[in-house]
Design a protein around this ligand. Structure first.
Ligand SMILES: O=C([O-])CC(=O)C(=O)O
Ligand SMILES: [Mg+2]
Length: 549
């Protein structure tokens, strides 16, 4: 017996509902019994034919943004088909529904908007957020990705246009980790924008006001968290692309109360530590012997820096020794204790005593790092001179240019390999094509949190986690690093192939769930075969049957 999906929807209402719509794949019997006869072309399509048809349409568009628009159309008309396409062609379509094209989509969001999706909570909804949450059609929500649009990728404040990011991240939850799409909810909190260009754009769809902040902002977020927790008590909340000025505060406020994490601080840290573990394997060295210099000192930088310090401590350093091996360089120069403006608690532990270095190049010369990590959103900031200097100091320098989208990358893959004479260990934040250099082909891979957040969320959802401790991000990094094969390292890849992402997410999900069970943070009993149970719980894009055939 096949499972039969129960719905009271009939006729055109079925065709208009992306959760149920099978379009031309509705069977003869379904057409008869669900009031669909005559509303579709006569010949019944197979799922494969539908995938071929949709892929064919998308392939006719050259510009990535147009592919995005067509894909979102599918997302909003036949979700199952959309996800099957993503799963089958993940390499091709991840850069569309996610970094870098999603960045372009966010810039133009109010101009390409066709379908409303997810939940919008604005500062005008103060006092009635519960009602808004009650309007959400989902019976159960397992995971929310929420942004306030203030730091969208490396693009800055995009206000309500930032909604593209939660939508994209959740698409990855389903495509990469088999989270049921009907249990995911993208949320945008609109408290205004300080982006003048958007405020002056007649089509801009968000509130036309400067951002509110302070107690009013905190109260709106609190009302939102309370309302969603009341309706869906186990819901996992992923904070995404909040500005530094809120990111740590929100995490500190909620991490011990609700199952939540900040992907930019913790997810990014996890994946970058993976990259460092892989680099250590290639170098046959230990993390505790590295000296790391960051360009950028925002939440991603300090999140990564703290997790690298944790990993160094696991290798035997004292925390003080670990912190001393890491330095941050931001728009005001090297972060030092001498700064007049007070340092945030996240930056403080990494502050150098003193710094004559004025430029990043001087800082490299002075500190002699083994690794430079770019999280600055300054496109091209790893100049030829910086890269050459790194190659002079190190036999095999570690170069991570993580800012995205592509225009914000600190250097390209080609620049990294060329200016270090093909000797660097490289990771990027946006996708770069393989690079040929002196007869060798390098395959750079993305140190992007997409390798870990879907699996971490999956583990938290599966175990019905009460909280998500920071340790799971190191757990995930180790699992991911173990999945990097010697052949990957041989080609300069510090991460596994994207085609393996569902397997990766299942492994990370099981390990994270395992940690949560062992710390007594789970709401359910630990299954005997955890890996199998997690894998079995993953959703596959398959059209439902509505009628016993
Ligand atoms: O979305 C991405 O590609 C990575 C990320 O979280 C960010 O840059 O904010
Ligand atoms: Mg992000």
């Amino acid at each position: 017996m096949t499972d039969i999906k129960d719905t009271t929807l009939r006729g055109v209402n079925l065709l208009r509902n992306p959760w149920f719509n099978k379009s031309s794949a509705f069977t003869e019997k379904e057409r008869d019994e669900l009031g669909l006869r005559g509303l579709l072309p006569p010949r019944v399509s197979t799922f494969d034919e539908q995938v071929t048809r949709l892929k064919g349409i998308i392939d006719t568009y050259e510009k990535p943004i147009n592919k995005y628009i067509v894909l979102e159309g599918a997302h909003n008309s036949d979700e199952c088909l959309y996800f099957e396409l993503l799963v089958r062609y993940i390499d091709q379509f991840l850069p569309i529904v996610y970094t870098p094209t999603v960045g372009q989509a966010c810039l133009q969001y109010s101009h390409i908007f066709r379908y409303a999706r997810g939940l919008y909570v604005s500062s005008e909804d103060k006092g009635r957020v519960r009602q808004l949450v009650a309007n959400v059609p989902h019976k159960d929500v397992d995971i929310i990705v929420v942004t306030d649009g203030q730091r969208i990728l490396g693009l800055g404040d995009l206000g309500v246009n930032g909604m593209g990011i939660p939508v994209g991240k959740l698409a990855l939850y389903t495509a990469c980790a088999g989270v049921n799409p009907q249990k995911t909810l993208p949320v945008c909190i609109d408290v205004g924008t300080n982006n003048e260009e958007l405020l002056n754009d007649p089509l801009y769809m968000g509130l036309r006001q400067k951002r509110i902040t302070g107690p009013e902002y905190d109260a709106l977020i609190a009302e939102f968290v309370d309302a969603v927790r009341e309706r869906w008590p186990n819901v996992v909340i992923q904070f995404e692309d909040f500005h530094n000025s809120h990111a740590y505060d929100l995490l500190d406020q909620y991490k011990d109360k609700v199952p939540c994490f900040n992907d930019d601080i913790q997810g990014t840290a996890s994946v970058v530590v993976t990259g460092m573990f892989s680099a250590m394997r290639a170098l046959k060295q230990q993390l505790k012997d590295q000296k790391v210099l960051f360009l950028g000192a925002g939440s991603a930088a300090t999140g990564i820096a703290h997790l690298i310090a944790d990993a160094m401590v696991e290798e035997g350093l004292t925390r003080e020794e670990a912190l001393a091996r890491i330095k941050l360089f931001d728009s005001k120069g090297l972060v030092t204790k001498k700064r007049t403006a007070p340092l945030t608690p996240a930056k403080m532990p990494f502050a150098a005593e003193d710094a004559p270095a004025e430029t990043f190049l001087e800082a490299i010369r002075e500190i002699k790092p083994t690794a430079i990590i770019g999280v600055s959103a300054q496109g091209g900031a790893f100049t030829k001179e910086c890269l050459e200097e790194m190659a002079k100091i190190n036999e095999r320098p570690i170069i991570f240019a993580l800012s995205n989208p592509t225009s914000k990358a600190e250097c390209t893959a080609e620049e990294a390999y060329t200016y270090t004479d093909g000797r660097c260990l490289f990771a990027c934040g946006s996708p770069f094509k393989p690079v040929e250099y002196k007869g060798k082909t390098f395959v750079p891979r993305q140190g992007n949190n997409h390798y870990v957040f879907p699996g971490i969320g999956l583990g938290a959802i599966f175990s019905r986690a009460k909280l998500i401790p920071n340790e799971v991000f190191l757990v995930a990094a180790k699992v991911l690093a173990d999945m990097v094969k010697p052949e990957d390292l041989e080609r300069g890849s510090l991460y596994p192939a994207l085609s393996e992402v569902r397997e990766i997410s299942a492994e990370i999900g099981a390990a994270v769930a395992g940690y949560i069970f062992d710390k007594n943070l789970a709401e359910i009993e630990k299954p005997a075969d955890l890996k199998k149970a997690v894998k079995d719980a993953m959703w596959d894009p398959k059209h439902a049957h509505f009628i016993q055939e």
